[in-house]
Design a protein around this ligand. Structure first.
Ligand code: PLP
Length: 401
């Protein structure tokens, strides 16, 4: 094959960091700049009427109006598809709008979806409070209970949904079983792999139909923007892309620029997040004031074996329980930390800490919290890219108080 200097080599032959830096980008860019420009345009001009007609008859791939897409977005979608090993990727303004966009594009009244019950609380809320209003039934089964999921399948079931690892319990889905279940029963599958990232988990290679990420988290990585992405086959994602053009859940070119910039260091950051997560989990696991640590890279974790088989690294999120602590004593540990900041979210360069009871489940009844597995003494720490010795020393002083 003739070497084409205008295109980077195919990403399938390249490592993840080379892909993160180069994939989706033209070699030669406007103005000979090394970076892609930010096109501040809500609309795109045609030289004459025939060009409009050619475009409508799909003879001419190009931009039209900003709600349907912009050049910056197409670059980052191509980059993300390469990173994910998927045919296509579609960006949304948030992880939630990607989730809602997929479900709205795929489901009809009378359809059913089944999901594992350990999940981002807003995903659950969309299914139970809103999809229900459109006649879509949602069924929750215990996380990683494949038999229960199979038993819940009916002829109306359209989608099996799970996160992997789950939030905040970090249970890991056995993708082989999940995909096999979907294929045997003729139901499509969706994995929200936000916590894993394409560095640590390869759901498309395992046969999952749709992969979702809150790009707000590790993909953007700097706690400075919101975005979401869906990856899968071009054909299956086409109706989602069409619906997005109607919903208008498209990122501004400025936002995309930040995401593209954040992605350049994707692999470097994830390697550090993985190392910090493991070091912090091991430290907490042997600490006398800690009752339990949830981290898939720890041998004590119920999903250690599945994680070893399916994941390359285990991420920066560590969830733990403080021994014999009520919610106030637990809050005191959070408040005593000097490096992690108290905030929702995860996956950025700055470490973030929170007590799920307070941050996400404060308005739930105690019964619901028990049902969702959120004890009063639970803390969730998203390890950033600081030095692990500093994070550990800080946790040690907070737990000594
Ligand atoms: C944050 C998050 C979402 C929602 O993403 P937004 O970008 O905040 O809309 C969905 N799933 C998981 C696992 C998340 O952590």
């Amino acid at each position: 094959m003739k070497h084409d200097a205008s295109q980077p080599p195919r990403a399938s032959q390249l490592g993840g960091s080379t892909t993160a830096v180069h994939a989706g980008e033209q070699r030669q860019k406007p103005g000979d700049a090394i970076t892609d420009p930010i096109f501040c345009a809500s609309t795109y001009t045609f030289p004459d009427t025939q060009a409009v007609i050619d475009f409508i008859e799909q003879k001419l791939p190009r931009e039209e109006y900003g709600r349907y897409g912009n050049p910056s977005e197409k670059i980052v979608e191509a980059k993300l598809a390469e990173l994910e090993g998927a045919e296509a990727a579609i960006l949304f303004t948030t992880g939630m709008s990607a989730f809602v966009g997929l479900l709205m594009a795929k489901l009809n009244a009378g359809d059913e979806v089944i999901f594992f019950d350990e999940c981002y609380h807003r995903s659950r809320e969309f299914c139970t409070k809103h999809l229900s209003r459109f006649g879509v039934k949602t069924v929750q089964v215990r996380a990683c209970d494949y038999a229960a999921m199979e038993a819940a399948i009916t002829p109306r079931t359209r989608l099996l949904i799970s996160e992997s690892p789950t939030n905040p319990h970090l249970s890991v889905v056995d993708l082989e079983k999940f995909v096999d279940l979907g294929r045997r029963r003729g139901v499509e599958t969706l994995i929200d792999a936000t916590l894993a990232t394409p560095y640590n988990l390869r759901p498309i290679a395992a046969g999952v139909d749709y992969v979702l990420h809150s790009a707000t988290k590790y993909l953007a990585g700097h706690n400075d923007l919101l975005a979401g992405v869906l990856a899968g086959s071009r054909e299956k994602l086409e109706p989602v892309r069409k619906l997005r053009g109607i919903l208008g859940t498209i990122n501004s070119p400025h936002n995309i620029y930040l995401l593209q910039r954040g992605l350049k260091t994707f692999e470097l950051r994830i390697e550090r997040h993985n190392a910090n997560g493991l070091a912090v989990a091991r430290f907490l696991d042997q600490h006398p004031r800690i009752e339990k640590v949830y981290y898939p890279g720890l041998e004590s974790h119920p999903y250690f074996e599945v994680a070893q088989r399916t994941m390359r690294g285990f991420g920066g999120l560590v969830t733990f329980l403080v021994r014999d602590a009520d919610w106030r004593q637990t809050a005191a540990v959070v408040d005593a930390c000097r490096i992690p900041r108290i905030a929702p979210s995860l996956g950025g360069v700055e470490s973030l800490i929170e007590q799920p009871l307070v941050m996400s489940y404060f308005e739930c009844t105690p019964e619901d919290r028990q049902r969702f597995g959120i004890p009063d003494n639970m803390i969730r720490l998203s390890c950033g890219i600081e030095n692990s010795e500093d994070l550990i020393a800080d946790l040690a002083q907070a737990l000594a108080q």
